[in-house]
Ligand binder design. Structure first.
Ligand code: NAP
Length: 516
């Protein structure tokens, strides 16, 4: 059996005990095992600080951008191999695998381009200058300067490729060495990506290390110039961000957690309109892409009561066309959940929601998959629930079911009530809203804007990838329950890895120092 190793302090380290097995979620066959037992995490941090940090600091933004561009190209050259690993270990269909793997390459390329556009700069200017005194003899500017620390990245199981790349691209471009840890259960793709990127000296020595398995005492060893960026469930985030060592050293912590994203239909987008049809198409895709295992998937569907029946009918018809099964079968359009634990959790979640909701479409149960042996594989067919009284106490605003499951919430149709329902989720990564009524949209934005990290607006004539795609040029992250973190958003994504410093003095001195 293949044993996945960690890459630490310039060597591949194989654990010798406490192995976790990685399986194919369609067949339940064992694919590999992994453990980081015995790893020297103090040595890994020291190597990043003493070797990786100085190597990166010796490069300009432009040079780091060139490397990121080359990294993206290299991943493209290995695309088929990475898609095969994603299918085997994540149960991803070709489309779902491409969403992850191509998303990874695209993000590296985007930040490569940003780096090239920054050229030979070594720090960034932040905003405009400001006169502080009676004349420019007392002037201020802000700059963002490199930090001599290490970025520890802990990622979730659902995006092994993109999750690695979106964090790595920002830290690397900012000049900070990275130690990355994929979720163990689906680590095959990220492990291979790191192998590919480490080959032939593409990256400066010490710029990238990999932990497969437990992080041991790594989190508690982080210091004042380090960054801890976490993606995963709200529960794990809570336990990690409160660690005494992180608080004591004031380590920068960025959390991307789970989210009860909402898709909102405006009253004007009535059945029969192209906007209604677009809403149905987008919601069905956002429920079923990656079998609903996206942090940005639609979990709550807010619809004016008068359109509820038509919407459920149209969505149910669309979801009925989804073929759930082993992605090795060409007819399959949706794969399994990634692990047995995820299947159990999703079924528990559906049962919890059914306490206050009705089943509107699908069975809400495990099913046998097309192209998979009976009783094997972690399959759940698309399931639509309906909540009659969503403004009352209901787990629909609290329980994330990480699968192809969403709940229709009937509302009065006012923008204020739609925004209130969004807010009941406690903070989301993304909210989508479909309306051609400018006044209604503005009212909704006024109420819901502060409860979400991103608003995707569907309107007649607009073109986009839907609400589920976290694109490198737009902010990813959300308030409250979504973790309160911020990633991507172009240069904004570098901010956690740089130190903002205010410069004050004569303008003739301050501006050149800041590089303005
Ligand atoms: P998880 O169970 O919270 O695990 C996330 C990561 O944390 C894994 O790499 C896990 O490693 C690691 N971890 C767990 N305990 C740890 C500890 N004590 N110290 C250090 N690392 C620890 O989440 P998941 O099941 O992988 O992912 C699904 C969740 O992630 C969903 O709730 C989803 O909404 C959320 N998510 C959010 C985003 C976003 O951008 N906001 C993106 C994707 C997913 P092991 O695998 O080794 O246990």
């Amino acid at each position: 059996m293949k044993t996945l190793t960690s890459y630490l302090a310039g060597r591949w380290h194989a654990g010798d005990r406490d192995f976790q097995t990685l399986v194919d979620p369609s067949t339940e066959e064992t694919l590999a095992r992994a453990s980081s037992a015995g790893a020297d995490f103090a040595g890994a941090l020291a190597w990043a600080r003493s070797t990786g940090g100085p190597a990166l600091a010796g490069l300009t933004f432009g040079q780091r951008g060139e490397i990121l561009k080359a990294a993206a190209k290299r991943l493209r050259e290995h695309r088929d191999e990475l898609l095969a690993l994603s299918a085997a270990n994540n149960g991803a269909t070709a489309g779902d695998g491409a969403f992850d793997v191509d998303g990874a390459g695209g993000t590296l390329a985007f930040y490569g381009g940003l780096g090239l556009s920054l050229g030979d700069r070594r720090h960034l200017v932040d905003g405009d200058g400001l006169q502080l005194g009676k004349s420019e003899a007392f002037w201020s500017r802000h700059a963002l300067v490199p930090r001599p620390g290490v970025a520890l990245h802990v990622n979730a199981f659902n995006f092994p490729a993109w999750g690695f790349a979106e964090k790595f691209a920002c830290a690397f471009l900012a000049g900070m060495p990275v130690i990355t840890k994929p979720a163990t259960a689906t680590a095959l793709t990220a492990h291979r990506m790191v192998e590919i990127l480490l080959a032939d000296g593409l990256l400066p020595e010490g710029a990238l290390q990999l932990v497969v398995g437990s992080t041991g005492d790594l989190v508690d060893r982080l210091g004042a110039q380090d960054v801890f960026a976490f993606t995963g469930s709200a529960a794990t985030a809570r336990s990690l961000r409160g660690r005494a060592a992180l608080i004591a050293a004031a380590v920068r912590v960025n959390v991307e957690a789970d989210s009860l994203n909402a898709a909102v239909l405006g009253p004007d987008a009535a059945p029969g309109t192209p906007l209604f049809d677009l809403f149905v198409r987008d919601v069905a895709r956002e429920m079923t892409q990656k079998a609903g295992q996206k942090c940005t998937a639609v979990r709550r569907i807010v619809v004016p009561r008068e359109h509820e029946g038509a919407l459920i009918e149209a969505l149910a018809a669309r979801l009925a066309r989804v073929v759930t099964g082993n992605p090795a079968d060409p007819s399959v359009t949706m794969g399994p959940l990634a692990t047995a634990a995820q299947l159990d959790d999703a079924l528990d979640g559906i049962a919890e929601l059914l306490a206050t909701c009705d089943l509107a479409a699908g069975s809400g149960a495990r099913v046998d998959g097309v192209g998979a042996a009976a009783g094997r594989g972690f399959f759940v067919a698309p399931t639509l629930l309906r909540c009659e009284a969503p403004l009352e106490l209901t787990p629909v605003h609290e329980r994330e079911v990480f699968g192809p499951v969403a709940t229709v919430l009937a509302s009065s149709g006012t923008a204020a009530e739609a925004a209130r329902l969004v807010a009941l989720g406690g903070g989301t990564l993304v909210t989508s809203v479909y309306s051609d009524d400018a006044e209604w949209r503005a009212d909704f934005f006024a109420g819901a804007g502060c409860w979400t990290g991103r608003i995707y607006v569907g309107s007649t004539g607009a073109e986009g990838f839907g609400s589920g795609a976290a694109l490198p040029g737009s902010l990813h992250g959300g308030p409250g329950r979504a973790g309160g973190g911020e990633e991507l958003g172009g240069l904004r994504g570098l901010a956690p890895y740089l130190q903002r410093v205010a410069l004050q003095g004569h303008r003739d001195v301050v501006d050149p120092l800041a590089g303005a």
